[in-house]
Design a protein around this ligand. Structure first.
Ligand code: NAD
Length: 262
């Protein structure tokens, strides 16, 4: 019997799903447990291995060792529920999650190991660390977070932009909710000192770009990450899945996986 890790891919018919299916097909220590899609897509053949997609999420999760979800907030909720029911570690990269989703993640982590990350690239986690450091050191500099993504992305600003905003807020010792400015229009007042601004661009096939701007009087620091291939996110999520399978129930982060700390 194979001792490869069986992965349930939730959102298998999507862009990230396609990357995950290809990486799993190529990996010797991984096997596809189930390719999970909404009911309308069940029975279709996906990827170069032409795997048959299924929509019975509970059954697909039960047939797997670990769940990797890149879908939508609704798909995320179904996948998390199935993971808790069948006691499977749960990895998700789905963005656009609400505070209710995060509360569900917190509850689930009492029973299973859970890792939810807005960005699975190593580079972005380094950028977050640098953003926090810069926010701390560059006193009086104005902070703005810029992000650009492909024209089909529905949530804005990106989960990664929010993650960088949190890092900047932590560096400044302020609350992001109180400091965030989501867009600018009008003529009534200048920028406030504590504002952390978010700027969003949507267009074409941009995989994902993020810059933390620190604008001072007479100088400017920019810390940029550019994703060129979405395969990096799939590879990071599978790395997290392999790491998570060994852990006790709890809430983990990519920092735990990449840097061995919380
Ligand atoms: P996509 O629209 O191409 O794919 C999403 C897929 O999920 C669709 O095929 C949809 O049919 C499917 N889906 C919806 N509900 C489902 C359900 N109940 N069961 C199974 N499948 C379901 O989107 P994408 O580009 O693949 O991105 C998916 C998610 O991952 C988005 O939230 C995106 O922002 C996020 N994302 C995260 C990272 C990261 O590193 N964390 C990287 C890229 C994308």
């Amino acid at each position: 019997m194979s001792d490869a890790l069986r992965v349930a891919v939730v959102g298998a018919a999507g862009r990230m799903g396609a990357e995950l299916l290809e990486l799993i097909t190529d990996a010797t220590q991984l096997e596809l447990g189930a390719a999970l899609v909404p009911r309308a897509r069940a029975g279709s053949e996906l990827g170069s291995a032409r795997v048959v997609a299924r929509s019975d999420i509970a059954g697909g999760v039960a047939d797997s060792d670990v769940v990797v979800d890149f879908s939508t907030p609704a798909g995320f909720s179904d996948a998390l529920e199935a993971a808790v029911t069948h006691l499977r570690p749960f990895v998700s990269g789905t963005t656009g999650l609400s505070s209710a989703h995060h509360a569900a993640v917190e509850r689930a982590s009492a029973t299973i190991p859970v890792l939810v990350a807005a960005n699975f690239s190593v580079g972005v986690h380094v950028v977050a660390r640098l953003t926090r450091l810069a926010a701390e050191a560059l006193e009086g500099f104005d902070i703005e977070i810029f992000e650009a993504h492909h024209r089909n992305k529905v949530d804005a600003p990106s989960g990664t932009a929010l993650f960088l905003g949190e890092a900047a807020a932590a560096g400044r010792g302020v609350d992001l909710d109180a400091s965030a400015v989501w867009s600018r229009r009008g003529t009534s007042k200048p920028r406030g000192d504590e504002e952390i601004g978010f700027q969003v661009l949507r267009g074409g096939s941009i995989v994902g770009e993020h810059t933390s701007f620190f604008c001072g009087a007479g100088e400017r620091v920019e810390i940029t990450h550019r994703a060129q291939d979405r395969r990096i996110f799939a590879a990071g999520a599978l790395r997290a899945a392999r790491w998570l399978i060994e852990r006790p129930p709890g809430l983990y982060t990519m920092d735990d996986v990449l840097f061995g700390e919380g």
